[in-house]
Design a protein. Sequence first.
Length: 96
Amino acid sequence: MSETATRVRLQVSPGGGRSEVVGRHGDAWKVRVAENPERGKANEAVLRLLAESLSLPRRDVRLISGRHGRTKLVELGGLERSEAERRLAALAEKDG
């Protein structure tokens, strides 16, 4: 993990047909994943989606809290907060 890391709050909708960053949801980012919340599949899908979409190694995207709920806290290694927010906003605009 890089010394620079940003934590972002997510509101996750599992079993959503396709995986995407939807946009802002209060102080969180709304994320939809196709996988259902069975045996950690949706959590892994969220981490994989963020790693691929934000061009980060999967090992630099960690679930900090929210393993069993829809609200999650994820750490993004190697990204300053402003850059993480910019990239997430661009993804939401592209997917939306």
